[in-house]
Design a protein around this ligand. Structure first.
Ligand code: PGA
Length: 257
């Protein structure tokens, strides 16, 4: 059975000491929730140390990076290559977060190149898609999302199923100032995304985890989690303290089991 996924991207937050402290507190907590798979996505500079903590504790906590360049090496000042991340022993590479798209001009085509490179190097890409408020207001959310998803998945074959995840994160719901999405809307979009995946991969499209993110918090997590095509939650601010994250785990456990 697919385990329900619960994870957090820290964005550009936390000192190294805070990162280690968080990880040390989180690892014993997640042991109590065996029906979930957990992941954290810290800033690059903390990854080596956190990986050591995870190994020392023999924890099942999965570790990811927030971005990656698609080339193995080269003249790309400021970028981090798959080989560098592979040395650390990461599980996940987050790709195409809306902040990467908005502030760093990341395109669907770049997300696709990076996803292919991530798979080639044995990582699990976590591909993020999401429509902007103006798309939603014009009633073209589904068209935008289908385009993002189809381009991101170009040349990714059915053989890769089980090795990549999709996160739907409406841009207007993300971060401070974001508006949490209504549950029926999330339901409609996740059902739609599932249909796009099934159209693309046949019945196997059912096995691709679809996570939801954007202002997930203690008040809405269990509502989203019980939707048929929500296979995980991708959380920002509300999971940046282990105790608050655990409150969300408890709440989701009441509906997931
Ligand atoms: P948020 O962030 O939960 O703080 O809205 C979500 C995200 O950016 O993935």
């Amino acid at each position: 059975m697919k385990k329900f996924l619960l994870g957090t991207n820290w964005k550009m937050n936390k000192s190294l000491a805070e990162a280690i402290n968080y990880t040390k507190q989180l690892m014993p907590i997640i042991k109590k929730y065996e029906s979930f798979d957990f992941f954290i996505i810290p800033p690059y500079t903390h990854l080596w140390k956190i990986k050591e903590e995870i190994q020392t504790a023999n924890s099942l906590l999965k570790l990811g990076a927030q971005n990656m360049h698609e080339e193995d090496f080269g003249q790309f000042t400021g970028e981090i290559s798959p080989l560098m991340l592979k040395e650390i022993g990461l599980d996940i590479i987050e790709l195409g977060h809306s902040e990467r798209r908005q502030y760093f001009n990341e395109t669907d085509e770049a997300v696709n190149r990076k996803a292919l490179a991530a798979l080639k190097h044995g990582f699990n890409p976590l591909i993020c898609i999401g429509e902007k408020l103006e798309n939603k207001n014009y009633g073209v959310s589904k068209e935008m999302l289908a385009k993002q998803l189809k381009i991101a998945l170009t040349d990714i074959s059915a053989a890769a199923i089980g090795h990549f995840w999709i996160a739907y994160e409406p841009v207007w719901a993300i971060g401070v100032g974001g508006t949490p999405a209504e549950t029926p809307y999330v339901n409609e979009i996740h059902n739609f995304l599932r249909s796009v995946l099934i159209e693309r991969y046949g019945k196997n499209g059912d096995d691709i985890p679809l996570l939801f993110g954007g202002s997930v918090n203690i008040n809405n997590a269990s509502d989203y989690a019980q939707l048929e095509n929500v296979d995980g939650l991708f959380i920002g601010r509300s999971a940046w303290e282990p105790q608050l994250f655990e409150e969300i785990m408890q709440s989701v456990k009441t509906v997931i089991g």
